[in-house]
Write a protein that binds this ligand. Structure first.
Ligand SMILES: *[C@@H]1O[C@H](CO)[C@@H](O)[C@H](O)[C@H]1NC(C)=O
Ligand SMILES: *[C@@H]1O[C@H](CO)[C@@H](O)[C@H](O)[C@H]1NC(C)=O
Ligand SMILES: *[C@@H]1O[C@H](CO)[C@@H](O)[C@H](O)[C@H]1NC(C)=O
Length: 156
């Protein structure tokens, strides 16, 4: 069988993240992992217009930013429904400046809620393990602008 172009869609993603909600429990015992829950909103200009962020270089949206989502999405099945996501969240806000969270997984991109694993982290998120859900929060088809809510729950 002729191999189909499973890797036809490779998108470098640079998304602005804003309006984060952090919930950090009291200091954990040294033997215990602490749990951190974070909600961030990805501002995604998917069109090929001047503000597109699904290109290697994209301009910053105006909202107050707490970081960037940087990574790739690749179609990962023959019918094109599943995408493989490898996304690094790079924080630039005061609390987590320079720390990162690595999200990876493969999911049906049309699902209302897509869940991926959190496989690692750096700095304040060293040893991070957990999961992240992605859900469409807003979409304007005329401009291909979307806001995607990403809830992250990690132990680290
Ligand atoms: C692109 O962003 C600029 C600056 O934020 C804005 O003035 C302009 O309307 C945007 N263009 C589109 C097509 O969204
Ligand atoms: C984050 O770190 C960079 C480099 O160390 C620094 O320039 C920047 O001011 C810091 N940002 C915040 C919000 O603390
Ligand atoms: C994400 O977090 C928000 C705010 O806490 C909540 O309303 C929403 O239901 C959560 N989404 C998922 C998929 O858990």
């Amino acid at each position: 069988m002729e191999p189909k172009t499973s890797f036809s869609l490779v998108i470098l993603v640079i998304l602005s993240i804003s309006m984060a909600k952090f919930s950090i429990p009291a200091k954990a015992d040294h033997n215990e992992h602490k749990e951190t829950k974070i909600s961030v909103y990805f501002h995604d200009y998917a069109s090929s217009g001047p503000n597109s962020t699904t290109l290697p270089v994209g301009p910053d949206p105006k909202s107050a930013s707490v970081g960037r989502g940087q990574g790739i999405t690749v179609t990962a099945c023959l019918d094109g429904l599943n995408v493989y996501v490898s996304l690094l969240i790079v924080f630039t806000n005061e609390a987590y400046n320079g720390s990162t969270i690595q999200i990876q997984g493969n999911n049906n991109q049309l699902k209302v809620i897509r869940e991926y694993g959190v496989v690692s982290g750096t700095s304040k998120f060293r040893y991070a393990k957990g999961y992240a859900t992605f859900e469409n929060y807003f979409f304007d088809p005329s401009t291909s602008y979307s806001i995607i809510r990403c809830n992250i729950s990690i132990r680290h």
